[in-house]
Design a protein. Structure first.
Ligand code: ZN
Lengths: 314, 308
C-alpha cells in the first residue's frame, strides 16, 4: 500500500510528496514482527535504486505468502530532484544527505528529513541505495563508517555485493541519513553501485538477490534465494585513489573490477585539440579497480579510479 | 600594490583560471579578505574590488602601518561566475565546503588547498559570505564559535549586529571554521545582497573592514566610528515560517522595529487571489531577515526577528 509519509505545499497548486510502499507479508508462519526499509533517491541523479525498488516490489507482491513481516520501500526521498535530474533539492541548492536528522521546526527540507527519519526509525535493517554520480562508475559495494563496522559488517555480507568499504569517520558525514539512523539505533547500510543517470541491470539484479538473502537470514522470506558472493572487506588504508594531474579527456584502457599490477596502464588523458597524450595514468599499487571514471572530461584533480589493494590484500 | 596569481588551474577548453590576490604594505601578514567563492557572489566580489580601490589610495597616501601586509582576493571562482553558475563548473561542488582542502584530491579540494596555503598565517581573516537562504538581511558580521577567535573582536567592525554561531557538522569544511583551526581570527561579513551589487551595503562593508583595520593597528586613516555592536547568539533570532504556500506581500522590511501582534505579511492564493493567511509578529523586535522571492512554499522562513 502506498502512503505519503511526508509532504509540504509548493507555491502553486502542488504538494511535494514522499511516498512509501508498504508490503506486508501473508506468511502462514508465526509473525516475525520484523521490518526492513529500502530507501533511495536522495540524490536526484542516482537512478540505479529505482530499478531495485521496482523489482523488489514486483517480486514481493507476487509472493506475499513467502514474506513474513514488512518491507517498506521509499523509492524517491528527493522526488523533485529525480524529476528534474537535479542532484540536490531543487530550489534549495542543498545536498539532501547533509540535512539529516532534520527538525520539525526547520525549513521544508529539514521538516521532510525529520519525517523520513521518524518513519524509518525502529526498522530492523534499513538499506540506503546510492549510485555514485555521473562521473564515476562503482562496483556494487557497501560503505560503512568505522564507528558502526562491528554491528553492520555481518549484515553487509548478506547483500551479494563485491566489496565492503569501511571508511574513517568525518564530522561532515554526521548529517547523512545513514549516520543519523545508525546513531539512534536503526541499523542502516549504504550501497553504492553503478553510475549516475543510468540503470545497470546486472548490478540491480545482483543487489535485489542480496536483499532477498538478507530477508531470508532475518527469517522474513521463505522463498528460494541465490547463493550470494563473498565480498572483500577492506579498511581505509587499503584503498588507493588515482586522480588526474592534467586536464583533457580521459580514455581508459582497462575494464572495471579487473586485477591490475602496480605500474600497469589504466588510461590516458589526451588533449582534445592536439591529440597528444598529456598524462599516462598508471596504477600506484596492485589490486582491483572498483571505481572507474565514466565521464570523460577531466581537470587536474578529477578522480580517475579507486583501487582496492595495498597491504593485506592478495 | 602587488598584484599576483595566488592559485591557477587549467581547463582543456578555457583560458586558465588565475585567482588574483592584491597585496598592500609589507611585513607581517595582518589581514586577508576573501570575496566570491561561489559564482553568484557578485556583491562579494564588488565589495572586494571597492576595497582594492580604496587601499590603493590609502597606500599611496602612506596610511598602511609599518610592517603590516594586507591581501585582498576579490574572486576565487570566476569560471562559474563567467557562465552564470553558482557552484563549480563541472561537478557542481561548493569550494566553501572543501576546506582545508587536499593537494592530491578532487579539483575543488585542490583549489581550496592551493588557496588555503596562501591564506594561512594572517592574524585576521574576513570572508565576504553569502547565505544559502534567499532573502534580505541586515549587514552583520558572524563568528563560528570554535573557542579561538574572541567575540569582542567583532565589535571593531562597528556594524549594528554581530552573531555567534555554534558550528554544525557541515560547517566544519568551511573557510571560516578552518581558518580559525589554523590560527587566524576569522570572521564572515554579510551584506544584504549577493547576485546584484548593492552600492549602499557595499560601502557599509568596505567602511566596516577599513574601521576594523584602523582599530587593529593596520591602517591609519579617518573613519566614522560606526555602531556600538550588539553581539547576539544565533538562537536569539526568532524565526517565522509560513504555514501555507502562496504569494507573499510583505508590509515590513529589514531594520523595521515591530511589536508583538503587528501584521508582517499576507499570503495570497496564487490562482484565486484571495488572502489565505495573515502573519503577525509573535514578539517585539527588529526585522533582521525577510524572504524576498515572490513565491513561497510551506514552511519557508519568511522572517527572522531579533527579540528585544
Ligand atoms: Zn548518493
Amino acid at each position: 500500500m502506498t502512503t505519503v509519509i511526508a509532504s509540504a505545499g509548493l507555491a502553486v497548486n502542488e504538494r511535494i510528496e514522499i511516498r512509501r510502499n508498504r508490503i506486508t507479508g501473508k506468511s502462514a508462519e508465526t509473525p516475525s514482527g520484523k521490518r526492513v526499509c529500502i530507501v533511495t533517491g536522495t540524490h536526484g541523479d542516482e537512478l540505479e535504486g529505482q530499478y531495485v525498488c521496482a523489482e523488489l516490489a514486483r517480486i514481493l507482491s507476487e509472493n506475499l505468502q513467502q514474506l513474513n513481516g514488512i518491507v517498506d520501500i521509499y523509492p524517491a526521498i528527493n522526488p523533485l530532484g529525480i524529476d528534474s535530474i537535479t542532484r540536490g533539492i531543487p530550489l534549495f541548492d542543498l545536498d539532501m544527505n547533509r540535512i539529516f536528522p532534520g527538525t520539525a521546526e526547520g525549513t521544508m527540507a529539514e521538516c521532510l528529513a525529520a519525517d523520513i527519519i521518524s518513519d524509518i526509525s525502529g526498522a530492523d535493517i534499513c538499506i540506503d541505495i546510492h549510485s555514485s554520480n555521473i562521473y564515476l562508475k562503482e562496483i556494487p559495494q557497501i560503505r560503512i563508517n568505522e564507528i558502526s563496522a562491528d554491528e553492520l559488517v555481518p549484515y553487509a555480507k548478506m547483500l551479494n555485493c563485491d566489496f565492503i568499504w569501511i571508511h574513517s569517520a568525518a564530522t561532515v558525514l554526521e548529517s547523512t541519513l545513514a549516520y543519523s539512523l545508525n546513531v539512534t539505533g536503526t541499523k542502516t547500510l549504504v550501497v553504492e553501485m553503478g553510475v549516475g543517470m543510468r540503470i545497470t541491470k546486472e548490478y540491480c539484479r545482483q543487489l535485489t538477490a542480496g536483499i532477498f538473502n538478507l530477508l531470508k537470514n532475518l527469517g522474513m522470506w521463505t522463498g528460494d534465494v541465490e547463493k550470494v558472493r563473498e565480498p572483500i572487506v577492506s579498511g581505509e588504508g587499503t584503498v588507493e585513489f588515482v586522480n588526474s594531474d592534467a586536464d583533457g579527456i580521459f580514455v581508459p584502457c582497462v575494464e572495471h573490477w579487473v586485477d591490475i599490477e602496480k605500474g600497469e596502464h589504466i588510461g590516458d588523458v589526451i588533449n582534445p585539440i592536439t591529440g597528444e597524450t598529456v598524462e599516462r595514468v598508471t596504477a600506484p599499487c596492485r589490486g582491483k579497480i572498483f571505481t572507474l571514471r565514466e565521464f570523460p572530461i577531466v581537470y587536474g584533480g578529477s578522480l580517475i579510479a579507486r583501487i582496492l589493494g595495498g597491504e593485506g590484500n592478495e | 600594490m602587488n598584484k599576483q596569481v595566488v592559485y591557477s588551474i587549467q581547463s582543456p577548453y578555457r583560458q586558465p583560471m588565475d585567482v588574483i590576490g592584491f597585496k598592500f604594505g609589507k611585513g607581517e601578514k595582518a589581514l586577508c579578505v576573501v570575496g566570491a567563492m561561489r559564482g553568484n557572489e557578485v556583491q562579494q566580489m564588488y565589495v572586494c574590488s571597492q576595497l582594492v580601490s580604496r587601499l590603493k589610495e590609502l597606500e599611496r597616501d602612506g596610511c598602511i602601518c609599518e610592517g603590516k601586509e594586507i591581501m585582498i582576493i576579490p574572486c576565487v571562482n570566476y569560471y562559474s561566475m563567467n557562465i552564470g553558475k553558482r557552484f563549480w563548473t563541472m561537478d557542481n561542488t561548493d569550494i566553501n565546503r572543501m576546506f582545508p582542502g587536499y593537494e592530491l584530491g578532487e579539483t575543488t579540494q585542490r583549489i581550496a588547498d592551493g588557496l588555503f596555503k596562501e591564506l594561512q598565517g594572517y592574524t585576521y581573516g574576513v570572508q565576504l559570505a553569502s547565505f544559502y537562504q534567499q532573502g534580505d538581511f541586515l549587514p552583520h558580521v558572524k563568528l563560528m564559535k570554535t573557542g579561538f577567535t574572541s567575540n569582542e573582536l567583532m565589535k571593531d567592525f562597528g556594524l549594528p549586529y554581530a552573531f555567534v554561531r555554534t558550528p554544525r557538522p557541515y560547517d566544519t569544511t568551511t573557510l571560516n571554521y578552518n581558518w580559525q583551526v589554523w590560527g587566524t581570527n576569522a570572521f564572515s561579513l554579510y551584506t544584504n545582497a549577493t547576485d546584484n551589487p548593492d552600492e549602499n551595503s557595499a560601502k557599509t562593508a568596505v567602511d566596516a573592514i577599513i574601521r576594523f583595520m584602523v582599530k587593529r593597528g593596520i591602517l591609519k586613516t579617518r573613519v566614522g566610528s560606526g555602531y556600538l555592536t550588539e553581539v547576539i547568539s544565533e538562537d536569539r533570532l526568532y524565526q517565522i515560517q509560513s504555514a501555507s504556500a502562496g504569494i507573499c506581500r510583505s508590509f515590513v522590511k529589514t531594520g523595521d522595529e515591530v511589536k508583538c501582534g503587528d501584521l508582517l505579511c499576507e499570503l495570497t492564493d496564487p490562482l484565486e487571489g484571495c488572502v489565505i493567511a495573515k502573519i503577525f509578529s509573535p514578539v517585539n523586535g527588529i526585522v533582521f531577515f525577510r524572504f524576498n522571492r515572490p513565491l513561497e512554499y510551506e514552511k519557508s522562513v519568511l522572517y527572522k526577528i531579533i527579540r528585544l
